[in-house]
Each structure stands twice: as C-alpha cells, then as structure tokens.
Design a protein around this ligand. Structure first.
Ligand code: HXC
Length: 284
C-alpha cells in the first residue's frame, strides 16, 4: 500500500507504544523507515516491544518509560528525545478505560481515566509542539480517539468525555498551530481487539459476538487496516490534511444511529413483497 522507506528521516513518538494499537501503529511506521520512540509506564513491556519490533522490521526503536500523567516527567522525556534530534511526528495513543455505571464512579475513578487521556495527551502534545514552534520545524500529530466522540457512550463516560476533549484539541490546534506548519488529525477506531480493552470493557465470555453481528461489515477491525490509516495520515504526501477525525469501524457507529438497519435481514423474497406492497398502496 505504501512505497518502502516513505518515513525515512522521520522520528516519531508513539505514546502507549509498548502494547495494543500503539505497538501496531509504531510497527508500521518503523517498517516504512521511521525511527520510533515508544513510551509507556512499564519499562519491561517497552523493552520487550522494542526488541520484538526491531527483530520484525529492523530499524531503530527507542523505549522511554514515563507516566504521561506527570507533566514534568513528560517534558523531561521530550527534552531527552530532543538531545538525539527533533521529533517529526507524535502519535497520541496512550489511554485508559473501564466500564462502570456512572453513578458508581468515585472522583478517583474519573480522574484515573481523565488524567491519562485528557491531561496526559495535552502534556505530551504541548511539550512536543512548543519545541517545533521554537525551532520553526513542521510536525504532525495523530491522536487515537474513538467513535464515541461523535455519539457519546454510556458506561464509559470518563473516556467519552476525555476523548471528546482530545478531538477538540485536534480541531483547535489544527487552526492555532497550522501557521507553524504543524498539522493535527485523529483516528476514531471501532473495535480492534486488544487484551487491555477486552479485559476492561468486555469482561464477559464471547465479548464481541453482538458487535460482530451488528456491524455492517460483519466483522471486527484488523490491525493492519488501522496501522495503514495511521501511516497515510502521518505521511508527507497529505500535508494539507489537517483538523480531521476519520472513523474506521466498518460504518458501525453510523449503523447504530441509522433507521432501517433491520432490513439487513431481508432476503429477495421480502424485498419483492415490499416492492409489491408499496406499489399497491401508492397506486390505491
Ligand atoms: C470502577 C474503578 C475500576 C472499575 C479502577 N477504578 N477500576 N472503578 N470500576 N473497573 C477506580 C478505583 O476504584 C480507584 O478509585 C481509581 O479508579 C483508581 O484506581 P487504580 O487501580 O489506582 O487505577 P490506576 O492504577 O490509575 O489504573 C486504572 C486504569 C488502568 C487507568 C483504568 O486499568 C490502566 O492502566 N489501564 C491502561 C490500559 C487500558 O485501560 N486499556 C484499555 C483502553 S481501551 P478509588 O475511589 O477506589 O480510589 C480505550 C478505548 C477503547 O481506551 C475504544 C474501543 C471502541
């Protein structure tokens, strides 16, 4: 789908890049020539991921342990990366989430999510962005949100609120920092199963049966599809693309809000009968 080496010379930080979606996206950028920085809280997870990705794709992966909820630690990490050379791109992927009735949440429970997703994403983005502005360098920021930024979502309100904030940041800074050559886009993925999300969001058995049945495409997302969209959005070839949030969910969130989705179950016979009935009624 992409010419080999299109990310040569790019230096990209992926937050939460040691596992899940972040690792897959980072892997694709690495495979296409980027130097990859991955950060997360657990050093051993990051090291294992870096080894695995380098073995699979070659290139250079630099793991950096940091808690993105800590603004000072974030700025120190970005300063350390800059000692090797400036970043050219940032993927805001780190997140936390769990399902809970909203009336059962404590303030700490809300903060556990908002501190990572809303505050942490801002800390990293600002720390990288201010260096780009200071040094008159262009840059690209891609944030991973969810389709909940369009629909809201019950039982994950701290995440829905925080991701909506990241979506607002994407649009706001696309405008404010566009004059500095910094662009912002977001991906709103549907369900690309990862261990972390399945354990915290779908704790029962057969966690995806209903979502597969209700998805117009009849399946879940495949990681390479998400990684390819991320690579497309980060590539130099679409530099004028900024301020957009692109959903990749097989049209699931649209189908949930649409009328007539039960007609999906109709076969030829029902469509023939329906046509005859409409004709009879409109001619009567
Ligand atoms: C209710 C809960 C809870 C739960 C924690 N809390 N889990 N409340 N139900 N299941 C409350 C605790 O009681 C506590 O409040 C507060 O949250 C903090 O708890 P800690 O255990 O200290 O939390 P912490 O160590 O900060 O970690 C919580 C976490 C963690 C951030 C959610 O699970 C984590 O690190 N997750 C990262 C990975 C992850 O979540 N991946 C899934 C991302 S999926 P009190 O009041 O008791 O002190 C995603 C979107 C997917 O982002 C979209 C798909 C379409």
């Amino acid at each position: 789908m992409f010419a080999p080496g299109i990310f040569k010379g790019h230096r990209i930080l992926v937050t939460g890049g040691g596992s899940g979606l972040g690792k897959e996206i980072g892997g694709r950028l690495l495979e296409l020539g980027a130097t990859l920085y991955i950060c997360g809280r657990r050093e051993s997870v990051l090291r294992d991921a870096a080894d695995e990705l380098q073995q699979r794709y070659g290139g250079q992966v630099i793991p950096v342990a940091v808690d993105i909820r800590d603004a000072r630690a974030v700025d120190a990490m970005v300063a350390r990366i800059w000692e090797d050379g400036p970043l050219t791109g940032l993927v805001n992927n780190a997140a936390g989430n769990f399902v809970s009735r909203t009336e059962d949440l404590s303030a700490n429970g809300f903060d556990a999510i908002a501190n990572i997703v809303l505050h942490g994403t801002f800390y990293v983005t600002q720390s990288v962005g201010k260096r780009w502005i200071e040094q008159k360098r262009k840059g690209s920021v891609l944030s991973i949100v969810t389709t909940w930024v369009r629909t809201g979502s019950p039982f994950v309100v701290p995440s829905a609120m925080s991701k909506a904030g990241v979506d607002a940041m994407t649009k706001s800074l696309a405008t404010e920092w566009g004059r500095h050559g910094i662009r912002f886009n977001a991906i709103a993925p549907g369900i690309f199963p990862t261990e972390g999300a399945t354990a915290r969001l779908r704790p029962g058995s057969d966690p995806h049966a209903r979502e597969i049945a209700d998805n117009p495409s009849g399946r879940l997302g495949q990681m390479h599809e998400l990684a390819n969209l991320a690579a497309f959005l980060m590539a130099d070839g679409c530099e004028w693309l900024s301020g957009e949030t692109i959903a990749i969910d097989g049209a699931y969130h649209l189908a949930q809000g649409a009328y007539f989705t039960h007609y999906m179950e109709w076969g030829d016979e029902q469509w023939r009968e329906s046509r005859e009935r409409i004709k009879a009624q409109t001619e009567a």
